[in-house]
Design a protein around this ligand. Structure first.
Ligand SMILES: Cc1ncc(C[n+]2csc(CCOP(=O)(O)OP(=O)(O)O)c2C)c(N)n1
Ligand SMILES: [Mg+2]
Length: 265
């Protein structure tokens, strides 16, 4: 916790409380993100989008991932990271085109330095490391935010990306949104690692866990991870604990594999 219930800064294990203007800007973006998720869900019901993987409940992760980056940094999102892409400046209409069935990503990745949203799990992490490595070879101070879910940390690409990034000191922040589920597979059936942040240990990548529903903590922890990567300290791994409040997508019936009381809690 960085701020007590009365709004007073408390600090947290070496991280500073983000400045008030950053918190206000983030709160505004949170409201927009929730509205975007609601609207996209409605568009599916109206038959205007094929499907929507919502980040409802994960909006703080989405906004923080975008807000800690500088203009020349890159964001590598997954299918669930529409709100993060919009927070970085991508037009909401353009970003949803993919889910309407168009053949391309809908937006120009170079305009806001947002890679196409990746549906094959963890493939974007390899691409993210490549961009970070190339930037470093060119002497640029670009940092790359590489997003993935808890389930994606079981993919070979996740491990190859961490290893390569560490060996070549690539300026990447691997940001795992642990929302407790990979479609119907709960975390306990996905991994028995002490935490997903621990997965960096074997590769020499520092890992940190953060409350994924705490905007101030996310801005602080992700912001410091970006600063370290930019300062040449190599890749960083951040695991945010959050929860997928809705079904995997509108095409999924989550009541078949999880209890209502868990969701209510
Ligand atoms: C390589 C690959 N295998 C399987 C799938 C099917 N698939 C789509 S989403 C998903 C679950 C991913 O869970 P997680 O990484 O936790 O992300 P979340 O959907 O919870 O954001 C799976 C298995 C896929 N897209 N790509
Ligand atoms: Mg998940």
């Amino acid at each position: 916790m960085l701020i007590d219930p009365d709004g007073r800064p408390t600090g947290l294990a070496g991280h500073d409380v983000p400045p008030a203007d950053a918190l206000v800007r983030a709160f505004g973006a949170l409201v927009t993100a929730r509205r975007l998720n609601d609207q996209a869900y409605a568009l599916v019901r109206q038959g205007r989008l094929a499907v929507y993987p919502s980040s409802h409940g994960q909006e703080a992760c989405q906004i923080a991932a975008a807000h800690v980056l500088a203009d020349d940094d890159w964001l590598f999102p997954t299918y669930r990271d529409t709100a993060a892409s919009v927070a970085r400046g991508v037009d909401p209409v353009e970003v949803l085109v993919l889910l309407k069935g168009d053949w391309h990503s809908g937006y120009d990745p170079y305009e806001h330095k947002v890679a196409p949203q990746a549906t094959p799990l963890a493939t974007q992490l390899i691409h993210a490391v490549g961009v970070a490595h190339a930037a470093r070879l060119k002497g640029e101070d670009t940092v790359v935010m590489a997003m993935c879910g808890d389930g994606a940390t079981s993919e070979g690409d996740f491990h190859e990306a961490l290893n390569f990034a560490a060996v070549f000191n690539a300026p990447v922040v691997f940001f795992v949104q642990n929302n407790e589920y990979a479609i119907s597979v709960p975390l306990a059936r996905q991994s028995v690692a002490p935490s997903l942040a621990h997965k960096g240990v074997g590769y020499g990548v520092p890992g940190e866990r953060v409350d994924g529903n705490d905007m101030a903590a996310l801005l602080a922890v992700l912001g410091d991870a970006v600063a370290k990567a930019r300062a040449g300290e190599g890749p960083q791994l951040v695991e945010a604990h959050t929860y997928r409040m809705q079904a995997h997508t509108n095409a999924d019936d989550a009541t078949r594999y999880r209890q209502d009381d868990e969701v209510a809690a």
